[in-house]
Write a protein that binds this ligand. Structure first.
Ligand SMILES: Cc1cc2nc3c(=O)[nH]c(=O)nc-3n(C[C@H](O)[C@H](O)[C@H](O)COP(=O)(O)OP(=O)(O)OC[C@H]3O[C@@H](n4cnc5c(N)ncnc54)[C@H](O)[C@@H]3O)c2cc1C
Length: 392
């Protein structure tokens, strides 16, 4: 079985590892001339960290990741704690694997260091794709071409693989803009921020922050605001003063963390309607190409790692002449769960941003009274092992 993966983001790199582990010959083609992640954080919950640990990555993950003690929700103005879900040892005990916070560059390094460079082709932008009875052929902008039994589009929310096999369709602008910042942790040490994922909810806005980097060297924050600015780019600059203006009247700790950066990046937030299907013939999709979601459950990359695990298990015993049953099983296994995250993330965008009033009071009361699974992200999500059904 030979597989081509288009795109070397977190999803594509994870697929490279899971497919190789299953003895599948895999090559990854990436348009960028070097693998680079932005200076920002990412949360990896136990449902994905268990998969990465099984790939032999536990040592660097424990070394470079931060294990938050809890997820904490706070009110925007007075900081009152609305809910707290313990993580760290509790996550490992209840869900069987750690909850991590990473600097994105560290996570990308961990994933890319694990496989030989000869199967990763940089500076290869996919421009053509043709399906034949027995294979798929891919053309690249530099004149190169390659063929395989299966092609996987891991090329992100604006996937051209998806457009090529399913026709063009636009992403949906959410009306939200994320400002992002990364602060050396000692610059905010005087605030005594606990090692946790802390989310502050307020009218039309929310603010999330946590430590990243080995030993928690940095403090990472994301501030979500309403907006009409529609550029999706990890490198587009935003003004710190604009971010502060959006959080006028918020708790002093929120404003102090925003104010601790010299520069901030801005990112317009998009998702898509659920796709009717992910697979056409020998071509399938994964990660943001298949199920782009708003970041309000911190599951986009996590779900792409689940995709990688299931895809490899489905292809492991497949016949290279007839891959359709295997790709269908992959899609049928993954779609309900990824769709639930897409829809849940949209709902959270409404729930987090309620204006003070009756609905907000109901939300807070529900959170306070739920004792066992108080959060939208709970056991069905973190406790599920997508590889388990394949070992039976
Ligand atoms: C503010 C914010 C916070 C987030 N926080 C979290 C979080 O805490 N936890 C979490 O799990 N997720 C989080 N996410 C979501 C997560 O970042 C994405 O879901 C994830 O990175 C998607 O990975 P991917 O590999 O599918 O796609 P991408 O990372 O988009 O990778 C696609 C790759 O394909 C390449 N490519 C594109 N077109 C071509 C082509 N034609 N030829 C070759 N290569 C091509 C691109 O260069 C890129 O390298 C967050 C997102 C945002 C915006």
């Amino acid at each position: 079985m030979r597989v081509i993966v288009i795109g070397a983001g977190i999803g594509g790199l994870a697929a490279k590892l899971t497919l190789r582990r299953c003895g599948i010959d895999v090559e990854v083609f990436e348009q960028a001339s070097e693998l680079r992640e932005v200076g920002a954080g990412i949360q990896i919950s136990p449902n994905a960290s268990r998969i990465l640990h099984r790939l032999g990555l536990e040592e660097p993950m424990r070394r470079l990741g931060v294990r938050p003690q809890a997820v904490v929700f706070r009110r925007w103005d007075d900081g009152r704690e609305l809910a707290r879900q313990p993580l760290a040892d509790a996550a490992e005990r209840d869900f069987g694997a750690p909850y991590y916070h990473f600097h994105r560059a560290d996570l990308l390094d961990i994933l890319s260091a694990a496989v030989p460079r000869r199967v990763l082709h940089l500076d290869h932008r996919r421009v053509g794709l043709s399906q034949h009875n027995d294979r798929v052929e891919v053309q690249f902008h530099n004149g190169a071409s390659a063929d395989a039994d299966v092609v996987v589009g891991a090329d992100g929310i604006h996937s051209t693989v998806r457009n090529a096999v399913m026709g063009p369709e636009s992403a949906r602008f959410s009306g939200h803009v994320a400002y992002r910042g990364l602060v050396p942790a000692d610059r905010v040490a005087h605030l005594g921020v606990e090692v946790a994922a802390i989310a502050w909810w307020g009218p039309g806005h929310h603010f999330v922050h946590y430590y990243v980097g080995a030993g928690g060297r940095y403090h990472n924050w994301v501030a979500v605001t309403p907006g009409e600015w529609r550029v999706e780019s990890w490198t587009a600059k935003g003004e710190v003063s604009d971010a502060l203006r959006e959080f006028e009247g918020w708790h002093p700790q929120v404003r102090a963390i925003i104010g601790a950066v010299e520069t901030t990046n801005r990112w317009a937030l998009y998702d898509r309607e659920l796709l009717p299907r992910w697979t056409v013939g020998r071509v399938t999709l994964m990660g943001d190409a298949a199920h782009p979601m708003l970041p309000y459950m911190a599951q986009g990359a996590v779900q792409s790692i689940e995709d990688a695990a299931v895809l490899a298990k489905c292809l492991e015993r497949a016949d290279s002449q007839d891959v359709s049953a295997a790709l269908l099983r992959y899609e049928q296994t993954r779609k309900p769960r990824a769709s639930r995250c897409q829809e849940g993330s949209r709902r959270n965008g409404i729930m987090y941003h309620l204006a003070d009033g009756e609905d907000q009071r109901k939300r807070d009361a529900n959170l306070a009274s739920a004792t066992t699974a108080p959060l939208p992200q709970n056991a069905w999500l973190y406790g599920h092992d997508v590889e388990a059904e394949f070992s039976r």
